[in-house]
Design a binder for this molecule. Structure first.
Ligand code: 2U9
Length: 334
């Protein structure tokens, strides 16, 4: 006798078909687990169908029972297979995402460099530190006393005309040279002293190819018993020898500064031309007196140079303004 089709049988077949489809198209492991619970879990669809088996006849029960088992095993196999393939895909995706492409161009980080003014200051300081000098710095905003009076420049002195600078309403001013640094240093130190003072200075100047209202100086000062003009000459010649990398002809030309007596301009012959590169002199006794040093006991020498001028000579720079424009095409050459 032909086996009569049982409603549970078709329910099982429908369940299997739907479940297989769902398993085959599930996108990820989380949803696959949901499908497993939904179909094969304790309260899942298969269990619900099997609950109806109690009403089956004794002949039908084993047949439906084994059919149910087949469905369960088939679904379990599909779930296992899909799980394995999703896991493989997940690992593949992770590996692909983590792939290191060693041929990919790196992120370019351009190397910074010193501004030519700073590298010139550093070179000058290195030389004087090598000669036993100590670096000293001070405020840019100064009083009339430190910038002028203590340096033997009284209020009516003509030297003020070319140095008159930027004044604040309270009478303070932007320093016109780094010399106030040496005054302050001498006030707080006893001789012997040897200092080198680098820094930015400010002057009332019309800007052109060789002048700037803001520029940089380095000044040196030595005070001790028995210092003479010969010590000054030797120091400057040694400095210039190191600065230009060779011993060049040097000329000391008589000059005048309010804070030194005698005073001289220093010229150096370089590449066929005489260049004026610094000024110098023996510290005026009035300056020593102003800081409480006895000029009968101590003598001193001093010198000053413009950093922009040195940078321009050494690097053949034709216009001082190039040093302030921050044009990378210019700056990256140094
Ligand atoms: C004290 C005493 C004396 C410093 C000196 C010069 C000569 C000099 C110029 C060079 C070019 C300034 O940058 S520039 O325009 N300087 O010629 N400077 S003697 O003399 C001093 C300083 C401090 C207490």
């Amino acid at each position: 006798m032909a086996t009569t089709s049982n409603p549970l049988e078709s329910e099982l077949q429908t369940l299997q078909q739907q479940a297989q489809e769902a398993i085959a198209t599930v996108p990820n492991l989380e949803e696959l687990e949901q499908l497993r619970i939904n179909y094969l879990g304790k309260k899942g669809q298969l269990s619900q169908i099997l609950r109806g088996m109690g009403k089956l006849s004794a002949e039908e029960r084993p047949r439906i029972g084994s059919l149910a088992n087949e469905v369960k095993e088939a679904l379990q196999a599909s779930l296992d297979q899909q799980k394995a393939s999703l896991q493989t895909a997940q690992i593949q995706a992770k590996l692909a995402a983590e792939t290191l492409d060693v041929t990919m161009p790196g992120v370019s980080r351009p190397l910074g460099r010193l501004h030519p003014l700073n590298s010139t200051i550093d070179r000058v300081l290195d030389i004087f530190v090598g000669l036993g000098y100590t670096v000293a710095t001070g405020p840019h905003l100064e009083t009339d006393y430190y910038n002028f009076e203590a340096l033997n420049i009284p209020p009516d002195h003509p030297a003020r005309d070319m140095q008159d600078t930027f004044f604040l309403a309270d009478g303070r001013l932007l320093r016109t040279h780094t010399s106030p640094v040496q005054i302050r240093y001498m006030e707080s130190h006893e001789p012997p002293i040897r200092i080198v003072a680098p820094g930015r200075v400010y002057r009332r100047d019309t800007v052109d190819a060789t002048h700037s209202a803001v520029f940089h100086q380095v000044e040196i000062l030595a005070v001790d018993k028995g210092l003479t003009f010969t010590d000054l000459k030797g120091t400057i010649k040694e400095f210039l020898r190191q600065m230009f990398g060779e011993e060049l002809p040097v000329k000391f030309r008589a000059s005048y500064f309010p804070f030194t007596e005698p005073s001289a301009e220093v010229d150096v012959q370089w590449q066929g031309k005489w260049l004026e590169v610094m000024g110098c002199g023996m510290v005026d006794p009035n300056v020593l007196k102003a800081v409480g040093y006895d000029p009968e006991v101590y003598t001193g020498f001093a010198a000053g140079l413009g950093i922009e001028r040195f940078a321009m000579v050494l690097h053949k720079i034709d216009d001082i303004r190039r040093l302030y424009n921050s044009d990378m095409r210019f700056l990256s050459q140094f």
